[in-house]
Design a protein around this ligand. Sequence first.
Ligand code: FUB
Length: 634
Amino acid sequence: MTHIKVPDEAAARPPLPATALMNVASSRRLGLTSRRAVLVIVALLCAVAMLPGTARADNPIVQTIYTADPAPLVHNGRVYLYTGHDEDGSTYFTMKDWRVWSSADMVNWTDHGSPMSVATFSWASADAWAGQTVYRNGRFYWYVPVKDRASGQMAIGVGVSNSPTGPFTDAIGRPLVRNGEIDPTVLIDDDGQAYLYWGNPNLWYVRLNADMISYSGSPAQIPLTTAGFGTRTGNTSRPTLYEEGPWVYKRNGLYYNVFAAKCCSEFIGYSTAPGPTGPWTYRGTVMPTQGSSFTNHPGVIDFNGGSYFFYHNGALPGGGGFTRSVAVEKFTYNADGTIPTISMTTTGAPQAGTLNPYVRQEAETIAWASGVETEPSGEGGMNVGWIENGDHIKVKGVAFGSGATSFSARVASATSGGRIELRLDGVNGTLVGTCTVPGTGGWQTWTTVTCPVNGATGTHDLYFKYTGGSGNLFNVNWWQFTGGTGGTGGNLLTNGDLESGTTGWAASGGTLSSVTSPVHGGGRALSIAGRTASWNGTTQDVTAKLTNGTSYTTSVWVRSQSGTPSAKATLAITANGTTSYLQLTPAATVSSGGWTQLTGTATASWSGTLTGATFYVETAAGTDGFFIDDASFQ
Ligand code: FUB
């Protein structure tokens, strides 16, 4: 496992020469001399990082291991990120398993471990290379290239799971297709027809059946014309730019194929088409050749009103062409649907929303980690481990609201433990609490420790700085703060002030738009028009933010676009397959002449497992359009 010690802002600096960084990745198992060299490098990086006015680095988005070949999937208000895993010190694409990560805000990523590996496919011998997961009819299908043991050829397998985080099993017990080519991507078109595309050096597609694990007809080649895929020079056997890694999707009626172009080093190019099988037209560069890895690999999504481009590079210490790391940038499509040229950054995407410290958070939910690793926890999920004196984890944009009073963490230690220092906005920032972790008799013998917190109000980056003696100190499974007031401490709604357009919001019928007039506060409000039922309203997924048995206070300003409907805020709670509706505010008449505040307090509780919670503003009857502004749910 990798044990990468990087200071918080290391990656925001120009990269150090590869020779200087060579040994950092495997520092945990290094001898003393190498270890000292690592510490010198880290000290240098720390010194640079303490310079004033430096940007905070959040790319690459995983620092605990090397990751490659990103495949993002948006499901129920979260982004699930499926990646490959480059083994430490690789000199080839030595990849044995795939990994899953997820985030509700694009900066704090939860490690879900490895729910699928080469061993999942009994017929495969090696090469857990670039795949993609899609959702259909309650199941998640993960298409991957692996080496077929019998033929020695690369083939496409398909894993299946009822959960986005697995575990995944081999859906059919044999390759779905096998022609020696790699890198599957799947598009499910609006008419329900699914297409599997893959290929290097060719580009293939086949129509998948509705079961997603079989197909109709035979695999066909998409003609690699220079009009469709650009002109490559200097390689007569490959006249077009298409190399590998296709990512096919549809947006506003246009079909996109974003792919790794030219070799080597690769850049990311793209083509568009009026239909799923073409004809394709080459549109140019998405991301130029950058970033210390001779491959690159695209993944593109829309999430909470923003567009995001995932890729990989060699930016971590010890990184390179076979020790890659996944990163992300936010971008905006041009008005004609073309994609702007995107450059790699060390700052990454902005945070979409905040993180709620008053619900249980996994210790492996991380914006930036230095020195630690993760592992499967005996209590389920993953835990953070291999913590040594001075290691740290940053969690970004933590909304403490009116103030935290105490902190609890689930910890285990086979040695004598240590301390968790809670610091704001820097690894040496304001200390707001210190929790002492005792020895518990085992690395998976868990206990909960609690300590007082002072001075944590408003929204800050939270740093867990781990201190103690030598060697491994303790493991952490999860943590949670207790709030000074109201039990929650902060607005759980993303973009509650509506100043970030429609970010975080959706419509349960009707059309959503961000407007500049009328507004209640600030410069923008949210409009919902074209409603055809009273329950059509403005909605926001709050599943990950809710705590069972907690009392929530709601405030939202509403104004009708016509008529005088009665408006209310409602929470739809789905647990154990049943949905119940909690009225958050009494219904109140709203008009087009001014703003009306809906307020109320209600307790959210459920039995069994919570699978969905949606905050609604709707009307008691009628279909008049309305505006909302300055919404809070806390
Ligand atoms: O990660 C192994 C291979 O490298 C992938 O299948 C390609 O897309 C390239 O990224």
